[in-house]
Design a binder for this molecule. Sequence first.
Ligand code: ADP
Ligand code: MG
Length: 781
Amino acid sequence: MIEEVINSFDYIVQLKEKGMITWEEIFPSFYSIAKNNFKVIKENGLLEDVKKILAYTKPLKTLSEERKERRLEGLKDSLKILKERYLVDEVLEKPEKKLAPLTDIKYIKKVGTKRALILNKLGIFSLKDFFYYPPRDYEDRRKVVKIFNAKEDEKVVIIGNVVKSEEIKINKGLTIYNFSVEDDSGVIIVTFFNQDYVKSYLKRSVKSAFYGKIEYSYGMKQMKSPDFQVIESDEDFKSEILPVYPLTFGIFQTTMRRIAKEAIQQTYFLEEFLPEEFVQGFNLLDLKKRIKGIHFPLSIYHKERAWYSLKYEEAILFELAMIYLKLKMKEMKKGETKEIKGELSKKFLNTLNFELTQAQKRSYEEIRKDLISPYPMNRLLQGDVGSGKTVVSELAIIDVCEAGYQAAVMNPTSVLAKQQFKKLSKDLEPLGLKVVLLTGDTKESDKILIKEKLKLGEIDVVVGTHAIIQQDVEFKKLGLVVIDEQHRFGVNQRLELIKKGNHPDILVMTATPIPRTLAMTFYGDLDVSLIDEMPKGRRPIKTILIAESNRKSLYEFVKEELDQGNQVFFVYPLIEESEALELKNAISMYEELSKVFEEYKVGLLHGRLSPSEKNDVMDKFVQKEYDILVSTSVVEVGIDIPDATVMVIEHPDRFGLSQLHQLRGRVGRSDKQSYCFLVIDDDANNEIKSKMNSFSKTLDGFEVAEIDLKWRGPGKFFGVEQHGIPEFKFLDLVEDINIIENSRKKVERFLATIQSFDRYPNLKQELQTRYGDSIHLVNVL
Ligand code: ADP
Ligand code: MG
């Protein structure tokens, strides 16, 4: 195989670079590779190139040190060129008919209406969708080996004749078909299970190619359920690399491949849309080559280059969309600039009994610049639980109101909205600002009144749930929207907001620290301020793993804390008993804990309570009418109870790590020592234990987020609703951080202004088809 020959040359160069061979050894090694593979080299047309390389290496040992090194570099370049020339290809044969990339897949030969429906299920609707449908694996059928040389565990092709066959009925449901296959070096047993159709193909003395993994059974080489192909003439078997596609019911791999062969022919007509600086800058394969390379690569090298190039293509296009959106939003002028005197915020700062941290000051400064600028703010305020995001948002609200605008503060739940409202009215009313609460629970008559007053400008700040934007609320002069504790508020929702007119400044605050890659993708259109410092005087929370069998000592500890006037959370994954899952649940543990801690008051909170019931329970816990709160994860975000010092989480493995971090953040909000207990089943497996252990060792939310992302993947990271998380086909948000970062940097330089796009109509077109619908780019492109 020519790839192996080039790789062998490459390998020698690598050995030299690592200092594992001497200069003297290079030429003889090269020479013997060339000699041993003379036939392959000649047949593939490489003879001239190889001769040149040999002539170039022969005098190596006689040269000066400096020239030796230079030749080695030259050698590396030549090998790279050889790879690009002989190991990568594109479709060269012009198809009879040219089809537009967006042609319905049903018009592709071998598809038709019925199969098209099946392909639709795989997300393939057009020819182009097929181009970008990545195989999940590949079969390297170039590796034809003699049976004698086939090694255990290797996936290879064997070509031989069937010499014997047997059929063994194990039981009613299982029949085994064994075929003895022979070539001139040995015999192998090929085994199929229940696939009785193979009998009609693999008759005695039929010659076939089998692709599969070599195993050993009773001292014999064996292949189980291999792919096979009967060979009648020499042309029947092509040594090539074949794609293995993800399938769905109703379509076979072979059919899929046949369709792929047809579809890929059409790449003949493709034209590169990525600007030269990206293709050159990242050393990408040209469009035709990269698409062919993921389906029918000429070599493993080709396949790898194609994947690498398509990952870049995906990242570049996505970042282009994001940055374009960002520029577009900046272009929509606010109309007028806010005149912020800063008198009021100074007054507010003086009333605080603490000093802002450096990180808070910096973030506030960044926000303030945005507020003053004539372009709308689209900023994400990231900071770990308890880092003090609220104060920063309050400062922004005060500034905006001072300048004569209104502010809206949105929360994911009405419980949080209510708590937020209490805090804001306590902090802002003394400054002369009018704050109201507007949620689904607000009485209809009050709602009408509030809306009226908002319209007249008699209210400065409205606090509510996200429903505020959906309702027909009108403002006299909305200047700022704060979106708190929400990481699911995606691009589309923000655009929705902007469409409401007069482009308010937007400040998004996240509940959970987001790993870098996700921030760059999900919030790629936002500027980011980071609070990476905790307020002084906090005592780090102690996280303790405790075995179920030690429950008694846990209860004793909890009692001691309660005796000191502190409050305690118990959190459960389920509300009530479930038949399917044997887990402790909130309702029955509420009963048990009420007995265990009978001298204390215990509250119960879960998602099935009505919003006003929830408010009620929360209120009572805040007012210390309850000492213990038994809850499901609804207590997760934002709630602030300074006297709570113990968080007990049962079945912690049922929660994501970021969620655990959130829960843990509900305690440790004062200068008292706080604790988070993770109650682990005695028979929990090692994976759970090690995960919980690594969680207990860090208090850094960003670190937790990275671990969480690795364990659960990006989809689950954000929870069930995946609003707006882009689905990438080639990029892996965990593995490909560098690709995303590099692309972002280059795209930022490339798209310095919106006008930079005008020189690239193909690129603009591509972006439109790719992201036009999904991120509402249609509205702005
Ligand atoms: P989060 O970022 O999780 O929303 P909060 O804004 O609720 O955090 O702040 C948590 C607690 O820390 C609040 O009680 C708040 O008053 C307090 N806090 C905020 N900033 C500081 C600071 N610089 N110094 C001391 N305490 C602070
Ligand atoms: Mg908060």
